[in-house]
Ligand binder design. Structure first.
Ligand SMILES: C[S@@+](CC[C@H](N)C(=O)[O-])C[C@H]1O[C@@H](n2cnc3c(N)ncnc32)[C@H](O)[C@@H]1O
Length: 395
C-alpha cells in the first residue's frame, strides 16, 4: 500500500480518519484488514439454541435441505455455514438506490424491504432491477414486488425479491430452523462473549446494552432458564426485537426493560453478580463493509459515551463481581484504552478468559494483564473484528 491516504480512501471508500487510525496501528497490514472488511467471512456462524435442540439435529435438518454445514471445531453449540461468492451481478436498466446498511445485508443475498429504499423511479411490478448503493456500486439484482411509488411510500413489505447477489448464504431468518427458535444468527466472537461471562444458574446478571438480544438470550440459554437476567436497552424498536426472540427461543429467565442503563434506580446498586456491557461502538469490525464514514471526532464521542457506562458498572456490581466488556470494533481507544480507564479509576483487574481463540489485546503502557484481553482480526480469524475483556471488581 502506498502512503497516499487520499487515493487509498477513495479506492476503498473508507474515511481518511479511519485509514490514518489503522495505518498508525497496523502499518502495511492496513490494506489487508480493509480488504477483509469489505467481504463477508468465509463461514457464517449460527448459535444453536440448546434449550430446544442439539447441534447434530440442526446439521441433520440442514442436510435434509441440501445445505452444507458443520459444527464449529472449538465450540459445539456453533454451526458454520459456508458463504458462497463473489458472483457477478447483472446490470438492468432500472435501478433502485438503497442505504448503506441495507446494501450491506443485500450483498449477502437478503431480500430488499421497502424501508431500505432511498430512490426508485418508473419501476413496475415484476420488472427486473439492479440494486445500487448511494455511490453507484452494484450490490444485487432481482424482481420488483412493488412499483417505484410503493417502494418509496410504504413503510413495510417486500420491495425486491433478490435473485442475484455478490455473496450468498442460506436465508436464515426465513427458515423453519429460525422460526421454531432452534437458532440465532450471531458471529463466533459474539457467541464467545456470553460463554466468557460464564453465568451460573443461581446468579443475577445485568445486560446493560442488550438489544436485539443475541448475548442476553445466550446467557439465558447457558443458565438453563434459571436465575435472573435483566436486559436493558434505550431503543424501543430494538426492545421489541428482544421480546420476539425471547418468545421464539423459549426463554423464561430474562426480563427486558426500556431505559438508560447509565442511570439505573438505587435497587440495582451493588446487586449484580455479573454484568455484560456491549455498548454502542464505531463497529469498524463488522463485515461486509461497503463504505466507512467514521471520523476521529465520532470515535472521541463514542469513547466518552462508553466511559459513562463503565462508570455506572461500578455502581451496579457486587463485591467480587465480574464484568465482560466487548465491542465489534478495532480502535484501541474504544477497547484497551477504555479498559485502562477502568483499571486506573476503579478497584478492578483484568482476568483470564476461559474461551480464548483470538489474539491477545494490544499492549498498552502501564496496563497489567493486557495479554488476557482478547481480539479477533478480520484478516486473520475469518470473523468480524472484535474485542473482549473480562474484569473482576474487588470494590
Ligand atoms: C452493540 S448494541 C448491543 C447488542 C446486543 N448486546 C446483542 O448482543 O444483541 C448496543 C445497544 O446499546 C443500546 N444503547 C445505547 N445507549 C443506551 C443507553 N444509554 N442505555 C441502554 N442502552 C443503550 C442501543 O440501543 C443498542 O441496542
Amino acid at each position: 500500500m502506498c502512503k497516499d491516504f487520499q487515493n487509498f480512501s477513495k479506492k476503498y471508500q473508507f474515511s481518511q480518519d479511519v485509514i490514518n487510525l489503522f495505518w498508525e496501528k497496523y502499518g502495511e497490514r492496513t490494506e489487508k484488514i480493509i480488504q477483509a472488511l469489505k467481504q463477508p467471512s468465509k463461514n457464517y456462524a449460527i448459535r444453536v439454541n440448546t434449550l430446544k435442540v442439539t447441534s447434530e439435529k440442526v446439521i441433520e435438518i440442514l442436510q435434509e435441505m441440501n445445505i452444507q454445514a458443520e459444527i464449529h471445531p472449538e465450540l459445539d453449540e456453533v454451526v458454520l455455514l459456508p458463504v458462497k461468492g463473489p458472483f457477478s451481478v447483472p446490470e438492468y436498466e432500472k435501478k433502485v438506490v438503497v442505504d448503506k446498511f441495507t446494501a450491506e445485508s443485500l450483498i449477502q443475498g437478503a431480500d430488499l424491504f421497502a424501508p431500505g429504499v432511498l430512490r426508485a423511479s418508473k419501476i413496475r411490478l415484476g420488472d427486473m432491477v439492479t440494486i445500487i448503493d448511494k455511490t453507484g456500486e452494484c450490490i444485487a439484482a432481482g424482481k420488483a414486488m412493488m412499483t417505484a411509488r410503493e417502494m418509496l411510500q410504504l413503510k413495510k413489505g417486500l420491495a425486491v425479491k433478490i435473485l442475484y447477489s455478490r455473496y450468498k448464504i442460506f436465508s436464515i431468518r426465513e427458515s423453519q430452523l429460525f422460526k421454531k427458535g432452534y437458532i440465532f444468527d450471531q458471529s463466533f466472537p459474539s457467541i464467545l462473549v456470553s460463554k466468557i461471562l460464564d453465568p451460573q444458574p443461581y446468579e443475577f446478571v445485568l445486560d446493560l446494552c442488550a438489544a436485539p438480544g443475541g448475548k442476553a438470550t445466550h446467557i439465558a440459554q447457558i443458565m438453563r432458564n434459571k436465575g435472573c437476567i435483566i436486559a436493558i436497552d434505550r431503543s424501543k424498536p430494538r426492545i421489541k426485537r428482544i421480546k420476539e426472540h425471547i418468545l421464539r427461543l423459549g426463554i423464561k429467565n430474562l426480563q427486558v426493560f426500556h431505559g438508560d442503563s447509565r442511570n439505573l434506580p438505587e435497587k440495582y446498586h451493588h446487586c449484580a453478580d455479573k454484568i455484560l456491557l456491549d455498548p454502542p461502538c464505531s463497529a469498524l469490525g463488522v463485515r461486509p463493509k461497503l463504505q466507512v464514514f467514521t471520523t476521529k471526532r465520532d470515535i472521541i464521542n463514542l469513547v466518552r459515551y462508553q466511559r459513562q457506562f463503565l462508570e455506572a458498572v461500578a455502581n451496579y456490581i457486587k463485591p467480587n463481581g465480574i464484568l465482560v466488556y466487548c465491542t465489534c470494533t478495532l480502535t484501541t481507544e474504544e477497547n484497551e484504552e477504555n479498559i485502562k480507564f477502568l483499571v486506573d479509576n476503579f478497584n478492578c483487574e483484568i482476568i483470564e478468559q476461559s474461551f480464548f481463540y483470538g489474539y491477545p489485546g494490544e499492549k498498552i503502557e502501564n496496563l497489567p494483564n493486557w495479554q488476557k484481553l482478547q481480539r479477533f482480526y478480520p484478516d486473520i480469524h475469518d470473523t468480524p473484528g472484535y474485542f473482549i475483556a473480562k474484569l473482576r471488581f474487588r470494590l
